[in-house]
Design a protein around this ligand. Structure first.
Ligand code: GTP
Ligand code: MG
Length: 276
């Protein structure tokens, strides 16, 4: 068995930072976690990728092509489709290492996960290659601190769940940036309680709420009754917070239960540092 996290979420939600944070945290525990960059437009990340889609195709290739003439969003979908057409390339790059653990750092265009089928096809490929996958949906906690935003973030998380049909963990990123008041407000929502949400939206006296109060209420109840959506806060400055997220995901993909946990001999590695 092989293990993977598909790291998805809106633009700038912290996907690449999450990947480098998990790699660093894991390596401190002498555990090997690799990252694959699936973002053809990535400009910067703080990890050494095992595989980089930009070596196959860069967003600029699609946008600057005289015939294709794609804009950034169409170009991105084209790049992921190109990756699918070249699945042999990806398979070869990933190798065939039993019990490995890979984070897939995905692009930030939310439509890739909510209604297009390209990411679903990537998932099918990975499953065929024996990966057990957990989707990690990241959302910036700063956009979740009032009732309406929380509801809209929840709906985004739900549509990813429904579209990708995989075990799923929602993570609230950038907790270190929240003020005390915002953190308190967010705590009310972490175990989603439609009553608190509704009270909050009622207090907002918005026209939308007046008109759609029943809809908001119904959505809130569906979320609660089916325990559909839960959010895990992540503070990358707190090792315990990182560990909690990792343990949660490991349990979901049953990592460590039937895997020979990979441990790297760091002393040996340090003697052979390759600085190219
Ligand atoms: N303080 C703080 N900043 C963060 C955190 N996560 C991400 N950032 C910052 O937020 C910005 C975006 O982070 P990225 O990790 O590049 O986000 P991304 O989701 O990979 O972005 P795209 O790939 O462009 O969609 C960067 O400036 C990060 O330094 C966090 O947990 N805390
Ligand atoms: Mg990124």
């Amino acid at each position: 068995m092989r293990y993977a996290q598909l790291v998805v979420g809106p633009a700038g939600s912290g996907k690449s930072t999450y990947c480098s944070t998990i790699v660093k945290h894991a390596s401190d525990a002498k555990r090997i976690v690799e990252v694959v960059n699936l973002d053809p437009a990535a400009e910067h990340f703080d990890y050494e990728p095992l595989v980089d889609i930009r070596e196959l195709i860069h967003l600029d290739d699609a946008m600057e092509d005289e015939e294709l003439k794609f804009g950034p969003n169409g170009g991105l979908v084209f790049c992921i489709e190109t990756l699918l057409e070249n699945s042999d390339w990806l398979e070869e790059q990933l190798g065939d290492v039993d019990d490995d653990y890979i984070l897939f750092d995905c692009p930030g265009q939310i439509e890739l996960y909510t209604h297009l089928s390209v990411m679903r096809k990537i998932v099918e490929l990975l499953e065929n290659w024996n990966f057990r996958i957990c989707v990690v949906f990241l959302i910036d906690s700063q956009f979740m601190v009032d009732g309406a935003k929380f509801l809209s973030g929840t709906m985004a998380a739900l549509s990813v769940m429904v579209n990708l049909e995989l075990p799923h963990v929602n993570v609230l990123t950038k907790m270190d940036l929240l003020t005390k008041t915002a953190r308190k407000q967010l705590d009310n929502y972490l175990e989603p309680d439609p009553h608190i949400l509704l009270a909050d939206m009622r207090n907002a006296h918005s026209k939308w709420h007046e008109k759609y109060a029943k809809l908001t209420e119904a959505i809130g109840e569906v979320i609660e009754n089916f325990s559909l959506v839960r959010f895990y806060p992540l503070n990358i400055k707190d090792e315990e917070s990182i560990e909690n997220i990792l343990i949660t995901i490991d349990n979901i993909i049953q990592y460590g239960e039937d895997a020979d946990v990979k441990i790297r001999d760091f002393d040996e590695e340090d003697d052979n540092v390759n600085c190219d």
